[in-house]
Design a protein. Structure first.
Length: 94
């Protein structure tokens, strides 16, 4: 069973482990074929998308989360992990 993180503030989220050589140093979003879109009406701010994103492409924006598309590779892990189904993947238009 997955552990559910329910916070009232984004500042209450636990720290993640330190990673080296992530896409934060390289803007890898240019080569994705699909991109995640967050439905803020469905999002319960649990933080699982932020926690599981391998490229730190999801960040806090005010009281909710947002995708930083210049780092997102379009892997879809965030959409798979979202318990509310608030993240959908759409075809990237070029």
């Amino acid at each position: 069973m997955k552990k559910k993180y329910s916070m009232k503030k984004l500042e209450d989220l636990p720290l993640t482990s330190i990673t080296f050589l992530t896409s934060e140093a390289n803007e890898t979003g240019e080569w994705r074929s699909q991109r995640p879109v967050i439905d803020l009406g469905k999002c319960n701010r649990c933080g699982l998308c932020w926690m599981y994103c391998p490229d730190m492409a999801i960040g806090a924006e005010g009281e909710c989360f947002a995708v930083v598309h210049k780092y997102c590779k379009g892997c879809g892990i965030c959409a798979q992990e979202c318990p509310q189904g608030a993240i959908s993947l759409v075809v990237e238009e070029r």
